[in-house]
Write a protein of this length. Structure first.
Length: 246
């Protein structure tokens, strides 16, 4: 009798030991998959597209006088939906009042061209959890997103550098075509907090407060926008956590 009981206890102990080992192996596999597929929290890439202007010399129409813009981006992911993005770009904008029906005092006309650097920091919110395919079916390899954040345009006048601060907002769409590689498209507008971005010489100086209504953040109406494609690679592995089980 005692022999049978001892045998049974021994079998139960062995089963518990095997079950524990199986569970540990399972956890190890899941963590390994997580590290292989979704442990990257950084992203670096190149961007290229067009930039255009809206303001006194083009009050309403988008994608007029498109100019080349090129740059780079860096993203830091806090979660699979929350992302902070830093971008830097070299861009140009231009405008010509003769292309639009607006009437200015004394029937003045003007045109301009402006080269500048853009430095921006935006918060992005993905519509879906974004990442490579895993056991978590809620994680998608594609997602639309929206963005919002501050920025700065840096450009030269005749005698000094100028800094035009702005607030950016827009939307985009990204697709992960490999474990560490992404492609996307983005469109965003920048609201400038000054009204002389389109003033480059004495012939277009009237574009700064063209209707003589005074200056304020509300009345300033210079904007510029970006529409671009980007290609990026995931970098910087997250260390020490099995995040796929969270």
């Amino acid at each position: 009798m005692w022999g049978g009981i001892s045998f049974t206890l021994l079998k139960l102990t062995e089963m518990r030991y095997i079950s524990k080992r199986f569970y540990l192996v399972f956890i190890f596999i899941i963590c390994s998959l997580g590290i292989a597929n979704s442990q990257y929290i950084g992203e670096i890439g190149v961007i290229g597209g067009v930039s255009y202007y809206n303001g006194d010399a083009n009050s309403t129409t988008p994608f007029v006088e498109n100019n080349l813009m090129l740059g780079g981006l860096f993203r830091a992911s806090f979660t699979k939906r929350s992302v902070l993005k830093l971008d830097i770009a070299k861009a140009s904008v231009s405008g010509d009042t003769e292309n639009f029906p607006n009437k200015f005092p004394k029937n003045q006309q003007a045109k301009f061209e402006r080269d500048f650097w853009e430095l921006g920091l935006q918060y992005e919110l993905n519509f879906f959890k974004y990442g490579p395919e895993t056991w978590d079916k809620n994680v998608k390899c594609h997602t639309p997103y929206i963005l919002l954040g501050p920025g700065m345009a840096i450009y030269q006048t005749s005698d000094k550098n100028e800094y035009a601060y702005n607030i950016a907002f827009g939307l985009g769409y990204k697709f992960k075509f490999a474990d560490r590689f992404n492609v996307g498209v983005e469109w965003s507008m920048r609201k400038l907090f000054r009204d002389d971005f389109d003033v480059t010489n004495s012939s277009n100086k009237f574009l700064d407060d063209s209707y003589k209504v005074g200056h304020s953040s509300i009345k300033n109406n210079d904007w510029y926008s970006f529409a671009f494609l980007y290609l990026s690679m995931d970098i910087i592995k997250r260390k020490g956590r099995c995040t796929e089980l969270r």
